[in-house]
Design a protein around this ligand. Sequence first.
Ligand code: NDP
Length: 256
Amino acid sequence: MIDHAQIQQQALSYACPEDAFKDRVILVTGAGDGIGRGIALALASHGATVILLGRTQEKLEAVYDQIKAGGYPEPALAPVNLEVARPQDYEELATLFEREFGRLDGILHNASMLGELTPLEQYGYETWESVMQVNANAPFYLTRAMMPLLQKSEDASVVFTSSSVGRKGRAFWGAYSASKFATEGLMQILADEQENVSSIRSNSINPGATRTNMRALAYPAEDANTLKTPADIAPAYLFLLGPASKGVTGQAVNAQ
Ligand code: NDP
């Protein structure tokens, strides 16, 4: 039995073989920008067929073009606004993916919104609901709808994106922090339910400070050049999403 510290170490030092994701179909949410974009590109460059889900069609198309230009497997586009999508929409997506691919080998739940950095006593009710919808409810709806497709994979990996404030609450981080605790809960429940029952495994990843729009929004005074890029933190994602972590489940991992 490998312990958590060993898994963490393996994730950080993972050197992904070029064809590790050959014949794997991986869905990435928030794939049009930031970390999701970086990981979608990394997955494709290691052979994955990536389903790019996001709310801004032009951004998804730009990632599509970049993957095609690299000569990697043709990705699929799934323009979805997670703030407004209803369970039925996810069921319809599952039907589409079933027809197109027949199965899913992984999901990276990456899309999130930051909301407000405000004390709870002033936190906007509507912002709270939007953040919980995108960060916590949508990953549940999506995972539930995709379960039949994940069950068709011999090695399905579901990765939830957490944060340091999803592991310890912090003043002013409101719905974002609470939603990330919900994310860790979802991850643990799925891992516990599926262990020894199916090949579906479930883990969470905390990217750590990474150079993206969300980070700039949360820390406007910070020098972004001091931060890791999405490409820098890709090894831990490739480890958790791919064959190298087969059998690893229920783990909360850091990408830095
Ligand atoms: P960004 O804001 O840079 O990117 C978020 C992505 O999610 C964008 O592509 C965005 O689409 C998409 N998205 C947001 N809302 C919706 C929605 N309603 N429907 C569909 N897609 C949506 O964030 P990061 O790349 O920084 O964050 C990625 C993940 O990492 C998040 O879960 C975040 O909480 C987590 N994280 C990031 C850290 C960091 O330092 N960057 C630190 C800790 C955790 P669009 O571009 O169209 O707006």
